[in-house]
Ligand binder design. Structure first.
Ligand code: ZN
Length: 96
């Protein structure tokens, strides 16, 4: 695929709103073309909102399927919370 600058776009992983998705990048001018299907998946996942519900003495939230799929989390995975700048970050626990 040709870039507008005349060089060839190379297939690569590009960062889109914090996620690595596939696309093409020009090594000459830096032009990036994102895979529109993957851009759509990220947008849909980021638009999901969940409500904290109370169960016993804990608050429970669910992980919507599009989000779980995007970050490759599936049933049985062990997760851990991190806090950064007053935000919660949920990630797969590193297995010891
Ligand atoms: Zn270019």
């Amino acid at each position: 695929m040709k870039c507008h600058c005349g060089k060839t776009l190379k297939e690569s992983k590009l960062e889109f709103r914090g996620f690595l998705i596939s696309g093409f990048k020009c090594s000459n001018c830096g032009q990036e073309l994102f895979n529109p299907y993957e851009v759509d998946k990220v947008r849909k996942a980021l638009n999901k909102q969940v409500k904290a519900r109370k169960i016993a003495h804990s608050l429970v939230i669910t992980l919507p399927k599009p989000v779980a799929s995007l970050v490759k989390i599936s049933e049985g995975d062990v997760l851990q919370w991190l806090v950064s700048k007053n935000k919660l970050i949920l990630q797969k626990a590193s297995v010891a």
